[in-house]
Design a protein around this ligand. Sequence first.
Ligand SMILES: Nc1ccn([C@@H]2O[C@H](COP(=O)(O)OP(=O)(O)OP(=O)(O)O)[C@@H](O)[C@H]2O)c(=O)n1
Ligand SMILES: C[C@](O)(CO)[C@H](O)COP(=O)(O)O
Length: 248
Amino acid sequence: MSSVCAVVVAGGCGARFGNPGGKQLVNVAGRPLMTWSIRAFDRSAFVSHIVVVCPAEKMDEMRRQAIDPYNFATPITFAEAGKTRQDSTRSGVEAVPAGYEYVAIHDAARPLITAEVIDRAICSLRCESGVDGVVCGQAAIDTLKVVDGNRIVETPPRSRYWAAQTPQIFALETMRRAHAAALADGFVGTDDSSLVERMGGRVLCVDSPRDNLKVTVPEDLRPVTAILLGRMSDADAMQNTGILTPLP
Ligand SMILES: Nc1ccn([C@@H]2O[C@H](COP(=O)(O)OP(=O)(O)OP(=O)(O)O)[C@@H](O)[C@H]2O)c(=O)n1
Ligand SMILES: C[C@](O)(CO)[C@H](O)COP(=O)(O)O
């Protein structure tokens, strides 16, 4: 049974990206940036509803430009964005329709996510007992420095560090409780997992490809576009040779 609802947060103003209209509707490899993320969840075997979180005044435009032209099979509804990312994810989590067991929270600004990675992460959460959530990410590959200003004060053991991405997937009721507690305590984290971790929840990292990049500044469009175009051309080539892996 499909018991996973996705929450795709697209409510930021993209200050670091610098485009007056924000970044979610910017054309990347032929489609609006946020469409790529929605498309991956639409293709997941386990996701049967998608909540898109964005400002109320942008809902019509986003539906018209980023959703309607693409004939997605999965029902898509909207929730209103908040001031911070955490406010937006809380709004999205509250808007998950009744009956869902899990919520998969994803940045609309990470367009390279694939249905395969999403489904693998969902399976890791479902298959392991006593786990409250999973976070897609990567074990640190660079040497890490703790700094004071620009002065290095420590070189911690890299083996203990991961870089967290999205999707981050949780038992829905756990995530709702974690949000309520964070709101009551005035806690603001930089991701969703930290809200569950501070409640003592057990969250696991699951390995996700290094190319699950977030578009934050305009320079990020270059590698993201190249990877998307590369995947499309691989898919074309595969139809002729049967050798390459399909476009996710
Ligand atoms: N109030 C907010 C802030 C962020 N986001 C979403 O959270 C994701 C990650 O945020 P980021 O990429 O940092 O986007 P912005 O907040 O838009 O960027 P900036 O900090 O440069 O303004 C994005 O998909 C963004 O739209 C959101 O839904 N609501
Ligand atoms: C949630 C997140 O994608 C994890 O890397 C990230 O923290 C959100 O983006 P921001 O740049 O920190 O706002």
